[in-house]
Design a protein around this ligand. Structure first.
Ligand code: IVH
Length: 675
């Protein structure tokens, strides 16, 4: 007989399992439990604790959700001051640091050829001091001014990566120093949530982490999923100090304190520079942000010999990466027109050195972004350039706005072609309506025009289109038909033979169908099937050109967005002009058989065809039904009026029987069509 274990025992087991999962995840960086199972354990523990409040303890993982908010943070004086690091910005700074270290050690009587260094990352977060007494976390404090910080223990306790008690072998007092951070992914998510709530976004993960750690309400901190990596020692009592920095970090790990995996011990400053190089290459791929690497004399005895200058150690230095963020001024806003006509505002900046290059402009994404960040021309802004992504304006520097700062307004006409700019409701992007004549969109439009399902000009690929447009030979699709073999053969990598083939292909493309021609125009929201619907409904092009939105709405499957887009396209004089030019260039099409009046004998009826019909091909039967005003669907539902069944009809026939839909054969269909 299965016996349920006593609640105290189950609580203990659950806590052990959760602690092990946390350990694997945060310390070893090797998750061993799927999120869902972790959540389940947590839920079970919460339920047990709710049923047995006497079993709740301060170190239970359930207590990480944060306690009651406080009014302010208590000040705490650090047992040992929290110092800062001197920076090196180039190799010369680094070699000078090494020379000083060797010199210092020699003067202290150590004969050193090369210094052994511990290399690690310089995390871009906030320094904290974690105080453990008899293995229990008793205090978490910010760095503050180095001497006095703030007591943020309640918030620190919500950070899962920070153990609430240390593993066996912890000394009487141990102060662990390290960095609290927000991982990039969590930062993205947080900003997504901020956007959804229409609240201000955080400029970078460090600001977001700082905001989270300095929350008076620990429950808010708990939601922000902060992380922690240790890098140093504060006070130590009742334990032997490790001989080297690398051994200190190993000890932390053995006590259950997370240390970043990216670290190395090297035998000279040359090794430090190689570490810098290697980390620099991996920087973008790291899940968190770093702003450099740190080199420390590895021997702790030697560290003592070297000592400190003012508030920074002589035994360590931060080798910074070129800044990814810089402050500069917005001089103006330019508009870039993309391949689909999307207008992107780009900030013109006073040149600034960011991330190793001089940046003169940065994307502003769209009008809403500009408004949300409240960026004005003349503002001082933070610019970020991460990896090889396009530089962006992160935020303005509040309080530095000149009196004459100008609010940006999206132009009403495309800066390239002067066509109207239109922004669809619910969309962030403003677009140029220029289509075929807009220079920026021309190449893309030409490729679409010539694509297989449009006019199908064989051999007109993007390389040739680029050359034709760049050489000024083609402005609009109609120009394609004026090209001769000689002109094309003069383009790069174009033999006379392929030029002749292209001219022949253009000749063939002149004769097309109305639906292909409509599709080829590249009207937004008008794909092949809408083009077909339009062709069939109106039969000819002229009535489409002059159709009102209301009329367009009568076309099957055309909704308000599509109708508006079509009407807008044909309202532009240059689009009509482009069509006239195509006609003049000899482009011609077969009109469609109009199925305009839904007054045909099958009006309002929906058919499904299944199996092999005795005389009609399925496509023909479909066309006949549609011409008679009926609709043909692909699957049987309650809305189906008739199923036309031929030989070998299968599941659709069965479905029709099940739903009691009328089943007819080809002969019956023919009769209905004749009526
Ligand atoms: S050591 C005595 N190591 O950089 C040396 N600091 O400018 C004290 N930091 O306030 C700091 N990563 O917030 C050290 N691996 C690392 C670090 C690191 C980031 C930050 C820390 C500190 C500042 C020093």
């Amino acid at each position: 007989m299965a016996r349920t274990k006593p609640p105290a025992e189950r609580v203990r087991r659950l806590r052990e399992d959760i602690a092990r999962a946390d350990h694997d995840y945060y310390l070893l960086d090797q998750p061993t439990l799927p999120d869902a199972e972790y959540d389940l354990l947590m839920r079970q523990l919460l339920e047990l604790e709710a049923a047995h409040p006497e079993l709740v303890s301060a170190d239970s993982p359930t207590q990480r959700v944060g306690g009651a908010p406080s009014r302010e943070f208590r000040e705490v004086r650090h047992a040992a001051p929290m110092l800062s690091l001197n920076n090196a910005f180039d190799e010369a700074d680094v070699t000078a640091f090494d020379a000083r270290a060797r010199d210092g050690l020699r003067r202290a009587g150590r004969s050193v050829e090369n210094v052994e260094y511990a290399c690690e990352l310089k995390f871009d977060g906030l320094a904290v001091n974690l105080r453990y007494e008899r293995g229990e976390l008793v205090l978490g404090a910010t760095r503050g001014d180095g001497a006095v910080g703030e007591d943020v223990t309640a918030n620190i306790r919500t950070i899962r990566a920070i153990p609430l008690h240390l593993a066996k072998g912890a000394p009487a007092v141990l102060e662990v120093r390290g960095e609290v951070m927000m991982f990039k992914r969590e930062f993205e998510r947080l900003n997504e949530r901020q956007r959804a709530k229409e609240q201000r976004e955080y400029a970078n993960p460090r600001n977001a982490a700082a905001g989270a750690l300095r929350q008076l309400d620990p429950r808010v901190t708990a939601e922000r999923a902060l992380r922690f990596f240790a890098y140093g020692l504060g006070e130590l009592q009742g334990g032997a100090e490790p001989a080297t920095h690398s051994a200190l970090l190993d000890w932390f790990v053995s006590l259950g304190v997370p240390v970043a995996r990216e670290r190395a011990v090297v035998d000279s400053i040359g090794g430090c520079l190689r570490f810098y190089q290697a980390i620099g290459e991996r920087r973008a791929a790291l899940p968190y942000e770093i702003d450099g690497v740190v080199y420390r004399v590895n021997s702790r005895a030697d560290q003592q010999l070297l000592g400190y200058v003012s508030r920074a150690p002589r035994f360590a230095i931060a080798h910074k990466f070129p800044a990814q963020e810089a402050i500069t001024q917005v001089i103006g806003v330019d508009i870039q027109v993309g391949r689909t006509g999307a207008l992107t505002p780009v900030a013109r900046l006073a040149p600034v050195f960011v991330g190793g290059v001089t940046v003169t402009n940065a994307t502003l994404h769209n009008e809403d972004e500009i408004r949300r960040k409240d960026i004005r021309i003349g503002d001082t802004v933070i610019v970020r350039r991460a990896g090889d992504v396009i530089p962006e304006v992160v935020a303005i520097v509040a309080g530095r706005r000149p009196a004459d700062a100008k609010v940006f307004k999206m132009p009403v006409r495309c800066p390239v072609c002067k066509s109207h700019v239109f922004r669809e409701e619910g969309e962030a992007v403003a677009r140029c309506t220029g289509g075929l004549v807009c220079g920026a969109q021309r190449k893309q439009a030409l490729l679409h025009f010539a694509s297989r399902r449009a006019l199908d000009v064989e051999g007109l690929g993007d390389k040739i289109v680029d050359q034709l447009v760049d050489a000024g030979l083609v402005h609009a699709p109609a120009d394609l038909f004026k090209l001769d073999v000689d002109t094309i053969a003069r383009l790069e990598r174009m033999a006379v033979k392929s030029a002749a083939n292209l001219v022949a292909a253009l000749g063939r493309a002149r004769n097309t169908t109305l639906e292909r021609f409509i599709y080829a125009l590249g009207i937004r929201h008008v794909g092949e099937s809408t083009a077909r619907d339009l062709a069939r409904y109106f039969g000819r092009l002229e009535p489409i050109l002059s159709a009102s939105e209301d009329e367009l709405l009568q076309v099957p499957d055309v909704g308000p967005v599509v109708a508006a887009s079509i009407a807008r396209f044909f309202a532009e004089a240059h689009n009509r002009e482009g069509i006239a030019q195509l006609r003049a260039a000899g482009v011609d099409w077969v009109d469609a058989a109009p199925v305009r009046k839904p007054a045909g004998p099958l009006a309002g009826k929906t058919f499904v065809i299944t199996g092999t019909l005795p005389t009609l091909k399925r496509d023909d039967a479909k066309a006949m039904i549609e011409t008679a005003g009926g609709k043909v669907a692909g699957s049987v539902s309650k809305k189906t009026d008739y199923v036309v069944a031929g030989d070998d009809a299968g599941s659709k026939l069965a479905k029709a029987r099940e739903l009691e839909v009328s089943i007819i054969d080809e002969a019956q269909l023919q009769k209905m069509l004749e009526n």
